[in-house]
Design a protein around this ligand. Structure first.
Ligand SMILES: Nc1ncnc2c1ncn2[C@@H]1O[C@H](COP(=O)(O)OP(=O)(O)OP(=O)(O)O)[C@@H](O)[C@H]1O
Length: 589
């Protein structure tokens, strides 16, 4: 059974709009200003129609050159005001779109950092990144362009309608009959567009994940000359994106075409009816001109609104995925009122009746009946065959998961009484694959204590036997180590990771010893670095080296999630067959 990591959910247009308006709240002043600019803009375009009417009737038809000259200036002034308002509206709305999408990205990223590592095992990084970039970009367009266009179109529509009514009530009634005919396709085709939009974004995410994975493992791809297969598999994913997009585009195109066709037909019919009115002297030529100006404006507004509705449907699809991410909860539950740790933590650990199974495989017990008391400052070596549960034990100690039974105590405090932050601040971890970030050596070491001074960093590097080689790098400590530390040797990476842990200065160490053999010199340096690190600290070390088990206070032998023996190297070599086998076959001498 696989764990439902992301809860699929349907987002209605209302939920989406409520969410977006919530995001706009902090920028109330800008929103109000944008709306004001929008109203001024829309009103000036409407006023332009009145200007045109005066130009035609009083200037043109009445053959009055003075009036004509005068009105041209008025019309130009109105156009200038309209353009100014358009600038303010456009600038503010696009700004708000960018702002909202930036804020949403921050929220999603901040939330992602709280999710359990299990979530990232079940979800592909590339997919998460796609949600981040592609989905928030869709929202950005909706806020920046869509909402502004819809609002302007609504005001224009209402204004145009009022002026049409004033100009000619009868012709207006003809126009109004046409409106429901335009709205019908929006309702039916809009829903289709939304469904396909989500599908489309899902396919984009899938493609992103594939690119991420293959480029990440480029050496393996090239070493196995797998490029052609990758091209084919990628192209399949791209075509899936195209296919989903085509369906969406088809329905949107149909929507737009239908609306245009219906509106233009309606306008033509109304113009024809209006022209007959002019001929029978029911209305003036200027009135008909103004009326048609408004009718075209109203028709254009309806078209705009329908297009925006398409955009919003698309955004609803995209935000479904973003909201799913935001609503994914971390696996571990935090206490209602958390305890704090004393200033001085000794680092004694107590595991009492611990039992554990991963949520993705609840029936497979990874640890069971696990009891272990570790005194402060003790050095424990964990050994056992692959799959014995050693790494899982670390995951429980860091509370990436909760035990299914039993409890874990630090200095007598149940770890479930602490926030995960307080708990994790008691541990420093050095994993088997030394983790190096694509930044300077300095920042890499400072990772565990971002406020450390340069002297602190240098001291930690010295203790970790890293100072010497760091000083020889082109920019010393400021040298960029490249993505995943590609510019360093294995032993150098290990020593940087150890320097980081030394600087972090946490009471308990979790070490997963590297299995790869180093040359004698590097080996010696790493050993010295580890000795510095473990000094005075409670240490749990997944051991792969003979020197480590020999120097441990106690060796805990694990097999199939249980402790099968505890003792010193000598004792276990004599008394425990699992250990003897392990030591003979797997310890690096
Ligand atoms: N994320 C996970 N989801 C489900 N099962 C897991 C997960 N991680 C590990 N397991 C299972 O838990 C068991 C213990 O694995 P664990 O990695 O703790 O062993 P280990 O002793 O550290 O092994 P190794 O020395 O090979 O790293 C294994 O059977 C493994 O398949």
């Amino acid at each position: 059974m696989s764990e439902p990591m992301i809860n699929k959910q349907k987002v209605t247009t209302q939920t989406l709009m409520r969410w977006i308006f919530g995001q706009l709240k902090p920028y109330k002043r800008r929103v109000i200003l944008a709306i004001a600019a929008l109203i001024v803009g829309a009103l000036s375009w409407l006023l332009l129609g009145q200007g045109v009417k005066v130009v035609v009737d009083d200037g043109f038809v009445a053959n009055n050159a003075d009036k004509l000259n005068q009105m041209v200036f008025v019309v130009l002034a109105i156009a200038l005001i309209g353009s100014g308002a358009a600038f303010v509206r456009f600038y503010l709305m696009i700004w708000l779109g960018e702002r909202v999408s930036a804020d949403i990205r921050k929220q999603v990223y901040s939330h992602l950092l709280t999710l359990s590592p299990g979530f990232f095992e079940a979800t592909r990084t590339g997919e998460v990144i796609s949600r981040f970039t592609a989905d928030t970009t869709v929202l950005q367009t909706v806020v920046g362009m869509g909402l502004s266009m819809a609002l302007r179109a609504t005001i224009t529509f209402v204004g145009a309608l009022v002026l049409m009514l004033i100009t000619s009530p009868m012709l207006t009634i003809y126009v109004l009959i046409a409106v429901p005919v335009v709205l019908l396709p929006i309702k039916f085709l809009g829903a289709k567009v939304r469904g396909y939009a989500r599908d489309s974004q899902d396919r984009v995410a899938d493609m992103g994940a594939y690119v991420d994975e293959s480029l990440h493992e480029i050496q393996t791809v090239q070493a196995y000359t797998h490029e052609d297969v990758d091209r084919r598999l990628f192209s399949q994913r791209i075509e899936a994106v195209m296919l989903a997009a085509s369906s969406r585009i088809r329905f949107r195109a149909m929507l737009i075409a239908l609306i245009m066709g219906i509106s233009i037909s309606a306008i033509t019919i109304v113009a024809w009816l209006g022209a007959r009115e002019v001929l029978s002297a029911g209305i003036s030529a200027g009135e008909l001109t103004a009326f048609m100006f408004y009718a075209v404006m109203a028709g254009g507004s309806v078209a705009t609104i329908s297009e925006v509705i398409g955009e919003i449907q698309k955004a609803a699809g995209a935000s479904e995925r973003l909201l799913e991410l935001l609503n994914t909860k971390p696996l571990v539950k935090l206490p209602e009122s958390a305890m704090s740790m004393p200033v001085q933590v000794d680092g004694a650990l107590s595991l009492q009746g611990v039992e554990f199974a991963y949520p993705s495989a609840p029936m497979a017990k990874v640890l069971s009946d696990f009891n272990l008391e570790i005194t402060a400052g003790e050095r424990i070596a964990l050994v056992g065959p692959s799959g014995a549960g050693k790494s899982s034990l670390f995951q429980l100690l860091l509370r990436f998961y909760d035990c299914t039974q039993g409890q874990i105590l630090i200095d007598g405090i149940d770890t479930r009484q602490l926030t995960t932050n307080t708990l994790r601040q008691q541990f420093a971890m050095v994993s088997q694959e030394s983790v190096i970030f694509a930044t300077s050596a300095y920042e890499n070491i400072r990772y565990g204590r971002p406020d450390a001074s340069f002297d602190d960093v240098k001291q930690a590097a010295k203790a970790a036997r890293a100072d010497e080689f760091l000083a020889l790098l082109p920019d010393g400590y400021q040298t960029n180590l490249g993505e995943r530390g590609v510019r360093l040797s294995g032993g150098q990476k290990q020593r940087i990771a150890i320097a980081r842990a030394i600087l972090a200065d946490r009471p308990i160490l979790l070490l997963d010893e590297a299995t790869s053999a180093l040359d004698a010199n590097n080996e010696q340096l790493v050993k010295q670095a580890l000795d510095e690190l473990m000094h005075d600290k409670t240490t749990l070390i997944i051991a792969h080296r003979l020197s480590t088990v020999v120097n441990a206070d106690r060796i805990v032998v694990m097999d199939k999630g249980k402790i099968v023996a505890i003792g010193s190297h000598q004792e276990l070599m004599q008394g425990n067959s699992v250990y003897r086998q392990f030591a003979e076959l797997q310890l690096v001498n």
